[in-house]
Design a protein around this ligand. Structure first.
Ligand code: HEC
Ligand code: HEC
Ligand code: HEC
Length: 440
């Protein structure tokens, strides 16, 4: 009997080891031969230019450029629940960058998350999305990166603890959560929608920030775009679960993604600002419209409920509410609002404009997580973010944690129909301890 239990236990213990070994063997990849760095003249300028625009859509610079560092030379740390992982140097430096990578090695990294030496890469590098990028687009990206100025910059050491730092273990992760794939056109949908989906699910990897992840860091397959915390910000749901008072329609999405602001929702601050400006800023209008078309489908903008919303009435009710509550409510949050915010945020003429975000319509005020509102109150929005050339001052110096918490609670109570946030003061303290987190 004892022996049986013992063997049973042994088998049970051996199973994960066998599975890991099997995954390792299944996903074993050889090193690919180094090449002599190709001359910049080996690439056609048109293809390089296409690569530049694609690199923007892929937001490569946001992760691969350290604060004040040389472009694409790596060294930007990404905080994950498993430790900090540094993006590597993807300039064509032969020693520390990808100068000796062939096109095949580059494509394999993007499609399968495998380095030139055959090592498995961590999925914080969004290869799970890049796997959908077409061969022609990968070729253009390669041409662009191989013609950047090479920068000598050795990789920073990751702080992922043993044994999670073991690269072969990533094979087990891949077995669970990853299959190389290619983009499939949906013939039931138009070209514009398909183009938007190709960009969103692939190169632009919108889900990497907007989809919640499981304990092992994989995007939850059943919850695409349901909203997630990212780097002390909150990337809201892009589905009908979005809590903004007005639905995200095609026009609102287009304005937001093209300019970084809309009068009916608010602005793209924090990490989303880089996505809009440094990211798709160089992309043609047709691509930005295609993304709007795709996400109008995801958000259910065409649904019956969305169509029934009377925009004018919601706007009027919101503005009325903002005015009324400021006058009668005499709590500390309200007086702080009147003293510090109202001069810029009051839409007393009845028309919301992007320059004075109407807080009763604003996503940061109605989101399930207070992170964005707290970030914006503490650190403000600088001229390069959100609406370009426009700024909101930060209040980290003049307001205490308790002030910010009271102000946020007041805005939530007076300008949204959502339940109160809890533990606000602790959230403010955390955000203060990481100034500018997420501002890349
Ligand atoms: C969300 C952050 C993020 C974005 C966006 C991103 N990368 Fe990376 N990338 C990383 C990280 C982190 C690594 C290192 C992974 C590791 O060490 O396992 C990496 C590794 C790589 C590698 C492998 C390099 C090597 O030395 O092993 C290549 C090639 C690469 N990225 C290219 C790109 C390109 C091209 C883009 C834009 C289309 C891009 N990356 C966008 C985070 C990112
Ligand atoms: C690096 C992380 C990141 C990526 C990648 C990203 N987003 Fe975002 N997104 C955010 C954050 C954070 C916010 C909240 C910004 C704020 O409050 O100002 C946001 C806000 C938004 C909003 C406004 C939602 C609301 O209710 O206010 C839309 C729409 C949006 N993103 C669409 C996209 C699309 C489309 C893509 C892909 C092209 C994308 N995002 C890629 C992080 C990201
Ligand atoms: C000097 C004018 C000014 C003051 C004072 C000011 N704001 Fe703003 N606020 C702005 C502008 C302008 C924007 C849009 C910034 C941009 O797009 O770059 C903005 C944006 C916002 C947003 C939108 C963030 C998003 O992600 O959509 C919120 C929320 C906000 N402010 C709250 C506040 C609060 C709370 C206060 C008081 C503590 C305040 N503001 C004080 C001018 C101001």
């Amino acid at each position: 009997m004892l022996k049986k239990i013992f063997t049973g236990l042994l088998v049970l213990l051996a199973l994960p080891v066998i599975a890991a070994l099997a995954a390792y063997v299944y996903y074993w990849r050889p090193a690919l031969a180094p090449i002599n760095p190709p001359a910049a003249t080996a690439f056609s300028p048109q293809v390089v230019e296409r690569g530049r625009i694609l690199a923007g859509m892929g937001n490569c610079a946001a992760c691969h450029t350290a604060k004040d560092g040389a472009q694409f030379a790596g060294g930007h740390g990404l905080a994950t629940p498993f430790g900090t992982i540094y993006a590597t140097n993807i300039t064509p430096d032969p020693q520390t960058g990808i100068g000796r990578w062939s096109l095949a090695a580059f494509q394999r990294a993007m499609r399968e998350g495998v380095g030139r030496d055959g090592a498995h890469l961590f999925p914080v590098f969004p290869y799970t999305h890049f796997t959908l990028v077409s061969e022609a687009d990968l070729t253009a990206l390669y041409a662009y990166f191989m013609t950047r100025p090479p920068v000598y910059a050795a990789a920073s050491a990751n702080s992922v603890p043993f044994p999670l730092n073991l690269r072969p273990l990533q094979a087990g992760w891949k077995l669970l959560y990853f299959k190389p794939a290619s983009f499939q056109l949906d013939p039931a949908q138009g070209l514009d929608w398909n183009r938007g989906r190709y960009l969103a699910e692939g190169l632009a990897h919108c889900a990497a920030c907007h989809t919640p992840r499981n304990a092992l860091g994989a995007e939850l397959a059943g919850s695409p775009y349901l909203g997630a915390s990212i780097d002390h910000w909150y990337a809201p749901a892009l589905t009908s679960a979005n809590t903004a008072p007005l639905p995200w329609t095609h026009d609102e999405l287009y304005a937001f993604l093209r300019t970084g602001a809309t009068a009916l929702h608010g602005v793209a601050a924090g990490p989303m600002s880089a996505v809009v400006h440094e990211g798709m800023g160089a992309s043609p209008d047709s691509d930005v419209r295609a993304l709007a078309t795709y996400f109008a489908g995801v958000s259910g903008a065409g649904s019956e409920t969305a169509r029934k919303v009377d925009v004018g009435a919601v706007v009027k009710a919101g503005i009325d509410r903002s005015q009324r509550v400021s006058l009668v409510d005499n709590d500390r949050g309200a007086s702080l609002y009147v003293a510090a915010c109202a001069s810029c945020h009051s839409n007393s003429n009845g028309q919301p404009v992007a320059l004075r975000p109407e807080l009763s319509l604003n996503s940061a005020v109605s989101a399930p997580d207070p992170a964005n509102l707290i970030q914006v109150i503490l650190h403000g929005i600088n001229r390069d973010e959100a609406m370009r050339g426009v700024l909101m001052p930060g209040f980290a110096q003049s307001l205490t944690d308790n002030d910010v918490a009271q102000l946020a609670a007041y805005l939530r109570r007076s300008r949204s129909h959502q339940p109160a946030w809890t533990n606000l003061e602790a959230a403010v303290a955390r955000a203060r301890a990481t100034p500018g987190a997420g501002k890349q």
